[in-house]
Design a protein around this ligand. Structure first.
Ligand SMILES: NC(=O)c1ccc[n+]([C@@H]2O[C@H](COP(=O)([O-])OP(=O)(O)OC[C@H]3O[C@@H](n4cnc5c(N)ncnc54)[C@H](O)[C@@H]3O)[C@@H](O)[C@H]2O)c1
Length: 442
């Protein structure tokens, strides 16, 4: 879980928990043990912490949240590191996120390769950083930057992190060699001066005004969400309270949020989104079946749902033919799709070029026969069983035998729709949630 070696008088502690070196309790124990070992070893003058496999650390082991985790905690290890007189350097490749950044922040120095990213994404699972991040990050990056990073959860590229003061130097070349070189250049410097614990938070302007503005912003941007509010409170404590009091309150907030239904739901969604990419049986084994390729698709009905579903398909890179009953409805539907795409560009979620590419793979038609070659059809016409059965009967005749026929019905019996075809095993209910090009739930 952590490897220890000494090279040229510098101890190297390697976090080793593939794939992303998550900071589970065994990794924390190893880190704690090896920091103490390095401190007591008279041959060692400095320490470098790195991550194995080109990644520093992507954060805590989320499975430990919600209870049952064992110490040592990141803040305990940080307290020990704060007292060390040998410089400790975090040498970052890949990412230092969440608990990973908190480890880097208790080190006396941080160096990183240009492609590395840092961040505190805990808010995205309904939490605040709970390992000292809300107190140490403001001391490195200043109050406003820390508020922004912690309340959004956004990643910060290494060069930007350097400008903010989170990272001390960008390096190229072998990260361990660079770490050793950097650490050796710092052995005569008093670590208590560079230790973030002892630094003051840089505040641009009046603390109360900054706090008020940050609170107003998160309340309107993340309406109803609790975690961003506690992120602001805890970060503000870094500027208002002594270090230890801020850390104690951070623990308190973290514990409360951990058991909140919001965080539990967000953690559930986090795991669910990862689980869907794994094509596995409930027992954990793999399916022998290979997923069918969907090289092209058709959508019938260009109303509220059909338009959104077509957009969903083309933004996923699947060429789509949108079929309507009349030219008038088709033009109206296509206009709405264009407006929605432009809105996505305006919000910065897509470039104008990407939007153009999406429109390039979207065809429109008033002839259902055009769907004869597609791999998948999603029907989204009026909620009328007779109409849907007529359409499925037609699709069954027109489409190639392997085509999967889906209905977006909200309430109708899918079996009744399927019996209009001779391929009942290929008829599927696919109920999209509106607006279907935004909602992730299907
Ligand atoms: N609106 C929602 O929030 C929502 C959510 C989930 C599922 N659904 C379901 O999705 C389906 C569509 O709902 P909607 O809200 O998009 O309805 P809508 O009235 O906005 O759109 C239906 C479209 O189907 C077209 N149409 C009707 N007959 C057709 C035919 N023979 N060939 C081609 N096009 C035809 C109509 O011209 C219309 O544009 C319904 O089954 C509905 O229950 C709706």
């Amino acid at each position: 879980m952590t490897e220890y070696s000494v090279r040229d008088g510098v101890a190297i502690i390697k976090l080793d928990n593939p794939p992303v070196n998550a900071l589970g309790s065994k990794v924390r124990s190893g880190l704690d043990k090896h920091l103490k070992q390095a401190n007591h070893d008279s041959e060692v003058t400095a320490v470098v912490i790195v991550g194995k496999g080109g990644k520093f650390c992507a954060g805590a082991d989320i499975k430990e949240f919600g209870g049952g985790a064992k110490g040592p905690w990141i803040t305990d290890i940080g307290d020990y590191c704060d007292k060390m007189r040998k410089p400790v350097v975090a040498a970052i490749e890949g990412m230092a996120l969440g608990g990973g950044l908190e480890v880097a922040l208790f080190c006396h120095y941080r160096i990183a390769v240009k492609t590395a990213r840092v961040g505190q994404p805990e808010v995205q699972i309904g939490l605040i950083p709970g390992g000292g991040g809300t107190i140490r990050l403001p001391k490195a990056a200043g109050l406003k930057n820390a508020l922004d990073i912690i309340t959004t959860g956004n990643h910060v590229p290494a060069e930007k992190a350097l400008k903010m003061g989170i990272i001390d130097q960008i390096v190229s070349g072998d990260i361990i060699e660079e770490g050793i070189k950097f650490a050796k250049s710092k052995i005569h410097i008093d670590t208590s001066i560079v230790c973030l614990r002892n630094k003051h938070v840089k505040v641009d302007g009046d603390v109360d005004k900054v706090a008020e503005a940050a609170m107003t912003k998160v309340k309107s941007k993340y309406r109803g969400a609790i975690a961003p509010i506690f992120c602001v409170r805890s970060v503000m404590n870094s500027a208002r309270l002594p270090y230890q009091r801020g850390i104690d309150l951070e623990h308190e907030y973290f514990r409360d949020l951990q058991t909140s239904s919001q965080s539990q739901a967000m953690r559930y969604a986090f795991f669910a989104e990862r689980a869907i990419t794994k094509w596995q049986l409930p027992s954990g084994g793999n399916y022998r079946t290979k997923p069918l390729p969907v090289r092209s698709a058709g959508v019938i009905g260009a109303g509220t749902m059909g338009g959104g579903i077509a957009l969903c398909l083309v933004t996923s890179g699947i060429p789509c033919i949108l079929v309507e009953q009349s030219k008038e409805f088709l033009d109206k539907g296509m206009e709405i799709i264009k407006t929605q795409l432009m809105g996505t560009v305006r919000l910065g979620k897509m470039t104008a070029d990407q939007a153009k590419q999406c429109m390039g793979i979207l065809r429109s038609s008033v002839n259902i026969d055009d769907l004869k070659d597609v791999d998948l059809v999603i029907e989204a016409v009026f909620e009328d069983l007779k109409l849907k059965r007529e359409i499925f009967e037609k699709l069954d005749r027109i489409c190639k035998p392997s085509t999967i026929l889906c209905t977006n019905t909200s309430t109708l019996d899918i079996d009744s729709i399927a019996t209009a075809t001779k391929r009942q095993d290929k008829v599927v209910g696919t109920h999209f949630f509106a607006p279907s090009y935004i909602m992730k739930l299907l």
